[in-house]
Structures are given as structure tokens and as C-alpha cells.
Design a protein. Sequence first.
Length: 304
Amino acid sequence: MASTPFSGSNKVQPENQPASIKTEIQRLLEAGTIFFSDNEEDRALAMFKKAYLLSRSISEPHVQFRCLFNLGAAYIMTGKPKKALKCLWKIKETGAQEKDGDLYFNMAAAYEDMGEYAKAVAFYRKAINEYDASQTQSIADALVKVAYCLVSTGDLALAALSFRLAGHVYRKIQQLEDGAMAMREAANYFLQSQTYAREDVLETLQACNQLCTGITNQALLGKLYNHMGLHYAELRCFGEAEQCFVEAMKLCHGENCSVRKRAVLLQNLGAIYNALEQYEKSLQYHGEAANLYGEVSSQLPSIV
């Protein structure tokens, strides 16, 4: 999941203003960032507030831009989106001319936290338009945020398209896990939208499957294959569903798989073999699943 960006550079360049003020602002900004990385949120906020107050004593818009930007990001991270927006909108008043997609991303994040999803979508899209070609990761992250906001507004078909586009962007920069998860979400919301084209879902599932071949995280792979199997089954592509559930079963061992998860996978395979009219296999897998469910029930404490 994308996190709220802080300023890409906290370096304050000395010009004609007293060097001591700029040096102190730089120190405060760097200290605030370090405090946030150490989860000391109150101390981080204090540093960013002091930096902004000092920046008001010098007549350089780009310095105030950085200070307000970081203070706004800090407010978002601490669950104060209204205060964040005050800081971020104030940047416009400084006269700073810097082109920064992260500014719009953070404004969108603040609106999202406030539940104003339409405004959030608009500002995430502004961020996407501001990012240049070298900021591919940020573009993909913003597309995912757009998609989740669209889910919140009920526009599931458009959300699915945004997830799928994010998946393609992640694949371009070899972020295979993020790409596969985005494709999985796209397939899920295509199916929920009730307005999907079958070809869209199949294309998305195929893309997810291809991305999975490069993923080494076995716990994540198991989840992805299971979800793909369920989606293929919903499309009545039982052969593809079987392949996915079999792959998920191979990964279901040790800490990656509880008894209950294994039972669910066996039950899913049983249902698939029943649909394929392979009834002997279906009974076998349903029987194994029932035995495992029995083990789980026997481990539960008795209620008197």
C-alpha cells in the first residue's frame, strides 16, 4: 500500500538569507523525518511545526513549500486530515512554482481520510498527471488509491479498470507482488460490478497468473492462487480453477497453511471435480476436508 510521501528533499539551499536560520530549518526537517521513521509521531510533529514557523521569517517560497508539505504529511500520518489540508492548501499561497505530484497525492489522501472520495479521486488523478515518466512507482500507487476510492463510491467497474492499469504499471517496473495483487483486485471488482465483459476478467486473471511465476513469497502465492481459482470457478472455467487450487495446495504446508485453510482448499477442489464430473475424486477431496474440519472441531474447548 502506498504511504503518504514526505518531501523528496529536505535540503534547504543557502541563498541571501542568514545561513543560521536555513541550517536550523534543515536540521528540524531532518529530525522530524527521523522521528517519524522511529514512530515518535509527537516529536516529529513538533519538529515540523518549528521548521514552518522559522520558514515564515525568510522570504523564500520554496523553503515554506517544503516545511508546509512535511507538516501536512505529518498531520495525515497522525490522523488529522483537516489540519493537513490547511497546510497543503496554504502552499498555494506561498507562491511556490514547484511542480510536485506528491502535493496532490497528499491532498487526495487527506480527502480520502475524511471520506470525501470524489475529491480524493480528482486529486489522485491530478497527481498522476503531475508525475513524470521516472515516477512510475508513484503513478501505480496513485492508481491503486484511485481504485479503492472508486470502490467506496460504488463505481466497481471503473475501480477494476484502475486496478488493472496499476497492475500493468507495476509489472513494467518489476514490482511483481504489487502487480499481482492489483490484478487480483481488478478481477474481483470486475466480477462484482455486474457489468463486466468475460474477456476482461479472463485477461486480468491470465496477467495475474503470469506475474505469479516470478513471485517467491509462498504465503502470498497461496492466497493469490486460491483467489484466482475462485474467480475461474465463478466464470465456470473449471479446468483453470483446478490448476490454481492444485498450485495453492502445493504451497499449503508448515506455517503458510493452517488446518482450516487446507480443509477449505480440499473442499474447493472437491467442488471443482464435482463440476468436472470426476465424482470419485470429488468424494475423496470432500472426505479429506471433512476429516480436517473434524480435527479443528475436536481442538475447540468444550462449552458446559
